[in-house]
Ligand binder design. Structure first.
Ligand code: ATP
Ligand code: MG
Length: 332
């Protein structure tokens, strides 16, 4: 119905010397119009891999969707030709990466880059292109847009560059907006402005958004749903209020506990930051991938032998043999 993208049992692998190694495994998700799904997890958990797959921008020859289904709009991506995938991406998908500076071409004016994104090969009158360019810059709240069209990227601050990247991403009025750490290169004030802008654009234009971040504080403020990913699998997912009020997976609890903004709710209980390291690609432990770092597992046999499936708990889905149903981290 209102899903702009759906993944089912999605597996994404990197082609390495040792053969294909899955970095994302058995992932189910839906990106619905008008909603933001945040994808959170430690470095190396597979967040960007998942986002790039949905963006149809996996590096060719290095990574591929090796299993499951990815549907964008009504299309099964694996059934499309290269040219069809490109057309699909152009029409339906806007992407914003962390590094705005490198997303922009330093030797093209902002106006020329906007024009390219707006026309994207079609013939349009210069006046129409100019009007739409100005409207896009206004939409991302760049002051005096008429005079900015002839400016070069280096004449803008980091936050302004990211606004221009967002304007370019919106040029084709996509249903799907994919943002990978869009503000982690920016200072805190600018970060909030950009995320507020993305959120406003997403609501106004009824887009579906995937927001990749490792900052749970941002998730609480800017997302509707959250998927917590560990070693390439979703370990907990559901509405943000549910997952944060009552994190049930020991990994989610540990992440939440290491996020000051969430911890400062009401309780003063301090939980330890997560000890240990996530597993390397191709070196997954048997059973639950989190078991070697999990205090709750206590080495129980089921945790080290059988991988837990996502199972409904309250309003969330949790992949844990012993989901934690005790009171929230910040009991009000
Ligand atoms: P971060 O928070 O650091 O951005 P991430 O969650 O986005 O991390 P990914 O970049 O998706 O993580 O990486 C997932 C896994 O895939 C990691 O183990 C990483 O080392 C591996 N990986 C990423 N790119 C490649 C590549 N080109 N070739 C082989 N392995 C890769
Ligand atoms: Mg990443």
């Amino acid at each position: 119905g209102d899903a702009a993208a759906i993944g089912r049992d999605l597996e994404i692998s990197y082609l390495t010397d040792k053969g294909p190694l899955p970095a994302v495994r058995g992932v189910d998700f839906a990106l619905r119009r008008g909603r933001t799904l945040a994808v959170v997890g430690e470095s190396g958990s597979g967040k960007s891999t998942l986002l790039r797959a949905v963006a149809t921008l996996l590096p060719r020859g290095q990574a591929l969707v090796s299993g499951g289904s990815l549907r964008i709009g009504t299309e099964e991506v694996s059934a499309l030709s290269g040219a069809q995938v490109q057309a699909l991406r152009r029409q339906h998908i806007g992407v914003v990466f962390q590094d705005a500076a490198s997303a922009l071409n330093p030797v093209m004016t902002v106006g020329a880059q906007l024009a390219e994104a707006i026309t994207s090969g079609r013939r349009m009158s210069p006046a129409e292109v100019r009007d739409r360019s100005i409207a896009l810059l206004k939409a991302v709240q760049i002051a005096d847009p008429e005079s900015r069209l002839d400016a070069w990227p280096h004449q803008f601050s980091g936050g302004m560059k990211q606004r221009i990247v967002i304007a370019i991403a919106l040029a084709q009025e996509p249903e799907l907006l994919l943002a990978d750490e869009p503000t982690s290169a920016l200072d805190v004030t600018i970060q909030q402005q950009i995320l507020t802008l993305l959120r406003q654009m997403q609501k106004e234009r009824d887009m579906a958004m995937m927001l990749v971040t490792h900052d749970l504080g941002l998730v609480a403020r800017y997302a509707d749903d959250v998927a917590v990913i560990y070693a390439g699998r979703i370990v907990e997912t559901g509405p943000v209020e549910e997952v944060f009020r009552r994190p049930r997976h020991p990994y989610t609890r540990a992440l939440a506990a290491s996020t000051p903004k969430l911890r400062h709710g009401g309780g003063t209980r301090m939980l330890p930051a997560i000890d240990g390291e996530p597993p390397m690609l191709g070196q997954l432990p048997p059973g639950c991938a989190f078991a070697p770092r999990c205090a709750r597992s206590g080495g129980r046999a089921v945790c080290t032998t059988r991988a837990p499936e996502l199972t409904r708990c309250g309003k969330a889905d949790v992949a844990c043999h012993f989901p934690d149903e005790t009171e929230s981290l910040h009991a009000a």
